[in-house]
Design a protein around this ligand. Structure first.
Ligand code: NAD
Ligand code: UDP
Length: 338
């Protein structure tokens, strides 16, 4: 299939371009490079031995998106493009609502005008309400989001459900990611957050490489076995393969469907630090700090539905995630700027 990949130069998008190419699809990327470098796609092309067609542009430019769709005979869209920092969204909510909602609606317009009927959307476990019991199944309660970023995902899901309902031929897959981490095993592509990382894994690897002094563990008095927060970390290559499975699913289903992409297993902050130290042979200095506002004690996925209906399962271990993150970090301490 010819797949329009919005935000394809980003962390998850670049890994997905590799897996799409390796599965025989042709990714065509549009990205405004607001949070990425075009080098990610050059490196992705190096991994798969094939150029990846790239358009620098904004998804909100409906005319440009229509032109790309027509020129490349696009069969399907994977929509990664969006702003993704929870903390930034709290400080500046409007750019988050503008970018994330308007890009999704512009894409729906372009798809309508050109007759493209299939779309996969990057949603997040953050759409689930805080009062659910674990593991989170796709039918768990959503809403009551704790930050504007989460609300944009919740609202985009609704927009896309309505988009699917408006025409019987349309097919929408909403993928709710848990905690994507790791990098391609080649060490050529990976995650490079701007400034101080908010997320655990890049903070650990930047501490290990000496860019940060010490990891603050946000709370060690949660009701978990070692008192630290528990999350469902998923290797970005497994996540990327989940998108290939979603494309296959789109080919034989219409309407809107939602799937969790996680491993179904929880790992605590201390367990992650220990796994990283062991897998990479490095020390990660840590100190205990107060809980971070809005954090849940525990969050992990039920993966039964994606196993049954998408025929997809995460395969990589926590050790794989740590080793591949470290391999990327130590070879590219400044990300694509090196
Ligand atoms: P990323 O920032 O690395 O990639 C997003 C890409 O979209 C960037 O390359 C950015 O330049 C581009 N972009 C943003 N707005 C655009 C616009 N209007 N037009 C064109 N390009 C635009 O983020 P990522 O980690 O690869 O995440 C991809 C998607 O998955 C995002 O929608 C994110 O919200 C979602 N998601 C990510 C995580 C995570 O932990 N990484 C978890 C859940 C969901
Ligand atoms: N965390 C931490 N120190 C950090 C970053 C994160 O202790 O510098 C903890 C955080 O409190 C949570 C877990 O690591 O329990 C995962 O946090 P992350 O921000 O990566 O994911 P999210 O909380 O959004 O699921």
């Amino acid at each position: 299939m010819n797949v329009l990949v919005t935000g394809g130069a980003g962390y998850i998008g670049s890994h997905t371009c590799v897996e799409l190419t390796e599965a025989g699809h042709t990714p065509i990327v549009i990205d405004n490079l607001s949070n990425s470098s075009p080098k990610s796609l050059e490196r992705a092309a190096e991994i798969c031995g094939r150029q990846i067609r790239f358009y620098e542009g904004d998804v909100r430019d409906v005319g440009l998106v229509e032109q790309i769709i027509t020129e490349h005979n696009i069969d399907c869209v994977i929509h990664f493009a969006g702003l993704k920092s929870v903390s930034e969204s709290v400080k500046m909510p409007l750019p988050y609502y503008r970018n994330n909602l308007e890009s999704t609606m512009a894409l729906c317009d372009a798809m309508t005008h050109t007759g493209v009927k299939k779309i996969v959307f990057s949603s997040s476990a953050t759409v689930y309400s805080a009062d659910n019991i674990m593991p989170l199944s796709e039918s768990a309660k959503t809403g009551d989001c704790t930050n504007p970023y989460g609300w944009t995902k919740y609202m985009c899901e609704q927009i896309l459900r309505d988009f699917a309902a408006a025409s019987s031929e349309r097919s929408v897959v909403l993928l709710r990611y848990f905690n994507p981490v790791g990098a391609h095993p080649s060490g050529l592509i990976g995650e490079h957050p701007n400034g101080v990382p908010n997320n655990l894994m890049p903070y650990i690897s930047q501490t290990a490489v000496g860019k940060r002094e010490c990891l603050s563990i946000f709370g060690d008095d949660y009701p978990t076995p070692d008192g630290t927060g528990v999350r469902d970390y998923i290797h970005v290559v497994d996540l990327a393969k989940g998108h290939v499975a979603a494309l296959k699913y789109l080919g034989s289903h219409t309407g809107a469907s939602v799937f969790n992409l996680g491993t179904g297993k929880g790992t605590s902050v201390r367990q992650m630090v220990a796994a990283f130290e062991q897998a990479c042979g490095v020390t990660v200095p840590c100190k205990t700090a107060p809980r971070r506002a809005g954090d849940l004690a525990v969050c992990y996925a039920s993966v039964d539905k994606s196993a049954c209906e998408l025929d997809w399962k995460a395969e990589k271990t926590i050790e794989d995630m740590c080793r591949d993150s470290w391999n990327w970090q130590k070879n590219n301490p400044n990300g694509y700027d090196d």
